[in-house]
Design a protein around this ligand. Structure first.
Ligand code: C5P
Length: 220
């Protein structure tokens, strides 16, 4: 019997990672943040000052990068042995990541890593194409949404808390552009799987959402 697989997809700021982390802990599963993997590649492209429009060079970088996750509570992300946990959340990476994530060569390499992570045991995996492509046989699939205003507000508050100097407007604009690129790209665009449960998280607290999701997982 295959270990439990829970897929959580949706646009930026819909609450995926917050919920996935808590649900994984409560259910005793691994949490796999696939967005962090794409961010590592974007980080490395920027660090190497490689031309981001050069698809073959970016794909080559993806293939030669060693991405490692620490599954402890610290959730450290390593890029070729360097701790990049903080760096991958900066606005420059956020702006570059959707360009990099649209390249098939990059996706191929990271999907392979994601499926390997899922072979280690039960997982809660969050991303954009988990239910549609990475884990099509997942036991249960969620697609989280919220209004663009609420999503931008949540992300802005997160950045404020982390001491980042950005305005709500900047966050809202960057987020809208990222969602547009993610939705319109040709390979594995952001969209709900046919069998996904769509949840609008607008106005819901984290506790409400977690209990809703756990009830659906345990009831199903
Ligand atoms: O989840 P997060 O917002 O950190 O993801 C960053 C970016 O990585 C997304 O905007 C998207 O371009 C890309 N991504 C993806 N497929 C995934 C997860 C993330 O294309 N499964």
């Amino acid at each position: 019997q295959q270990a439990l697989q829970i897929a959580i997809d949706g646009p930026a700021g819909a609450g995926k990672s917050t919920i996935a982390k808590i649900a994984a802990k409560q259910l005793g599963l691994f949490y796999v943040d696939t967005g962090a993997m794409y961010r590592v590649i974007a980080y490395k492209v920027l660090k190497n000052r490689a031309p981001i429009d050069d698809e073959s060079m970016v794909s080559q970088i993806a293939k030669s990068t060693v991405v490692v996750f620490d599954h402890s509570d610290k959730r450290i992300v390593w890029c070729d042995g360097e701790d990049v946990t903080q760096e991958i959340r900066c606005p420059e990476v956020s702006r570059a990541v959707s360009v990099v994530a649209a390249y098939p060569g990059v996706r191929e390499r990271l999907v392979e890593l994601q499926r390997m992570e899922a072979e280690r045991g039960g997982v809660v995996m969050d991303g954009r194409d988990i239910g549609t492509y990475v884990l099509p046989e997942a036991d249960i699939k969620f697609f989280l949404t919220a209004t663009p205003e609420e999503r931008a507000r949540r992300r802005w508050m997160e950045l404020q808390k982390a001491g980042k100097d950005v305005t709500y407007q900047e966050v809202a604009i960057d987020m809208a552009e990222r969602d547009r690129l993610d939705t319109e790209r040709e390979v594995s665009p952001l969209k709900p799987a046919k069998d996904a449960i769509i949840l609008d998280t607008t106005g819901l607290s984290i506790e409400e959402l977690v209990s809703k999701i756990l009830a659906l997982v345990q009831g199903g």
